[in-house]
Design a protein around this ligand. Structure first.
Ligand SMILES: [Cu+2]
Length: 176
């Protein structure tokens, strides 16, 4: 029976590894690529809304012709201000690895940003702790503070898988 436990441990290790390596690669805009979108500013926000990005995921920007890829602050993104690029890439294709949080991409050429060549992406942290802030709106709270709690972090697939497999292994071990 010890061999069965060993097999389970190996499977668990493989599952954990698979989950941890699940960084995804996305082609920005899919077949549209990175260009002035015919549909205007909604093109890339629609595209981004169809995906759930995680830190470590890679965005691939494909383009031909006169475009650039700059990351900018939120304010500069909102204003299509091309004067303060944080990073700037000129040559397609560009692979950009996401950090957790928000990243704002624009093209610096002419008025391409204003015409819709802009992308804002929010990436969740990998394996971020699921510890929630202490509840502040408990019924007996003195403050009556109704500030909504932030949404819970997405549960970690790694944690779920590991817990599940370890539970099975323990059960089997106990019955041997
Ligand atoms: Cu452009």
């Amino acid at each position: 029976m010890a061999s069965l436990v060993a097999v389970i441990v190996v499977i668990a290790a493989a599952l954990v590894q698979a989950a941890a390596a699940a960084a995804k690669t996305y082609i920005v805009g899919d077949s549209l690529g990175w260009k002035v979108p015919p549909g205007g500013v909604v093109a890339y926000s629609d595209w981004a809304s169809q995906h759930k990005f995680m830190a470590g995921d890679i965005l691939v920007f494909n383009f031909t012709g006169g475009h650039t890829l700059a990351t900018v602050s939120m304010d500069d993104f909102d204003a299509c201000n091309t004067d303060h690029a944080i990073t700037l890439e000129l040559n397609s294709p560009i692979n950009y690895t996401l950090d957790s949080g928000n990243t704002y991409f624009i093209c610096l050429v002419d008025d391409h940003c204003v015409q819709g060549q802009q992308l804002a992406v929010t990436a969740s942290a990998i394996g971020s702790p699921t510890i929630s802030p202490a509840p502040r709106s408990s019924p007996d709270g003195p403050s009556g503070n109704n500030t909504p709690l932030p949404p819970p972090q997405p549960s970690s697939a790694i944690r779920v898988i590991t817990t599940f497999v370890i539970s099975i292994a323990l059960v089997i071990t106990n019955f041997c």
